[in-house]
Design a protein around this ligand. Structure first.
Ligand code: NI
Length: 141
């Protein structure tokens, strides 16, 4: 089986804060990530697809088509956005990168079903680097 991974940088801001918790509990749990004015990250989204190469093209799928899908399904929604306020799929969630990875994975799977239905390639991994030290990954078996 072949796997292709492509990386897509984007920038967004967030504040880690739960409306279920008191100010003190939020401050204790999230530390400086609970700063009321938020902070930004230069995230890197990595999308992994796997399957069989198309015998005619020799490719899993044309890269430009994957780029277009990721731009439409994900980057247009999150790039230069505030994850607490601007992103419909994140409302009501603490905008941790765990939650962001799950939401992005859901968007990609929905777009995949619509646009790439019937192809011998599937989405198998969504990985987000939040910083040089923190990476979050959702895998689809
Ligand atoms: Ni942060």
């Amino acid at each position: 089986m072949l796997r292709l991974s492509k990386r897509y940088p984007f920038s967004a801001s967030h504040r880690l804060h739960s409306s279920e918790l008191s100010e003190q509990e939020n401050a204790r749990l999230f530390g400086k990530c609970n700063n009321p004015f938020g902070h930004g990250h230069n995230y890197v989204l990595e999308v992994g697809v796997c399957g069989e190469a198309d015998p005619e093209s020799g490719m899993l799928l044309p890269r430009a088509e994957l780029d277009r899908l990721v731009r439409k399904a994900v980057l247009d929604k999150v790039d230069h956005a505030n994850l607490n306020a601007d992103v419909a799929g994140m409302r009501g969630l603490v905008p941790t990168t765990e939650n962001l990875a799950l939401v992005i994975g859901r968007w990609l799977r929905e777009a995949w079903e619509k646009e790439f239905d019937g192809r011998p390639v599937r989405l198998d991994r969504v990985r987000i680097e939040e910083t040089a030290r923190n990476t979050f990954e959702v895998t689809y078996g």
